[in-house]
Write a protein that binds this ligand. Structure first.
Ligand SMILES: O=C(O)CCC(=O)C(=O)O
Ligand SMILES: [Fe+2]
Length: 203
């Protein structure tokens, strides 16, 4: 499959820039190390189930949800247990809001334990997220490739490696016209934690 690195490829112009903002060293190495260790050891990680071809299967990663008390996160009709903000996660939310001018009321954490953990092609497109959701995604630990492909043209595919401490903001029509995923890999890999700050409407 033809793959391009989003920010290096000559064909970069093909990917609409108004859909992404990216800051490679958003967190310093020390900040990212501390946050990763804290979350690995203390977040209430759960393995959820999801519906796949009429069968319930375990998701190939662990998740945890923190947010304002009025809002619950749900996926595939399963309400996810909500946890109160920790001071560190709340401070991080405020820092992103201040620097980029967006607003969030929750954060969904994903833990990819090794190269066999993944998230399949999907869009974060549910009515609770509103029409053009802004999602701020921080990566910690193992660098994994974040792949995008155009809904109606799967050959338009881009891959962006997300290193420790980086911040990617997905916005505009991204969830309308593009799918994204973290693929499994055949290469052994260490843990990666991903934090996706979101603004969720009450349900
Ligand atoms: O792990 C990532 O970078 C992406 C996670 C994701 O797409 C999601 O939680 O919706
Ligand atoms: Fe997503």
């Amino acid at each position: 499959m033809h793959q391009l690195s989003l920010f290096e490829a000559e064909e970069f112009y093909e990917f609409p820039k108004d859909l992404l903002e990216y800051k490679e060293n958003f967190l310093s190495r020390e900040e990212a190390d501390l946050l990763k260790d804290m979350l690995l050891n203390s977040a209430p990680w759960e393995q959820r189930t999801q519906k796949m071809y009429d069968k319930m299967v375990l998701t190939p990663r662990l998740t945890a949800w923190y947010g304002d008390s009025k809002y619950n996160e749900s996926a595939d009709n399963n309400i996810i247990k909500r946890n109160e903000w920790t001071p560190q996660l709340y401070a991080l939310k405020e820092r992103i809001e201040k620097e980029f001018g967006y607003h969030f009321n929750g954060v969904l954490l994903n833990l990819y334990r090794d190269n066999n953990d993944s998230v399949a092609w999907h869009r974060d497109k549910e009515s609770r997220y509103g029409k053009r959701p802004v999602i701020a995604s921080i990566s910690l630990g193992q660098t994994r490739n974040f792949d995008f492909r155009k809904m109606d043209h799967h050959q338009s595919k881009y891959s962006l490696p997300l290193p420790h401490g980086s911040l990617l903001i997905m916005k505009g029509d991204l969830q309308e016209h593009w799918e994204h995923r973290i693929a499994k890999s055949t290469i052994p890999m260490k843990e990666r934690i991903n934090l996706t700050f979101r603004l969720v409407n009450s349900i």
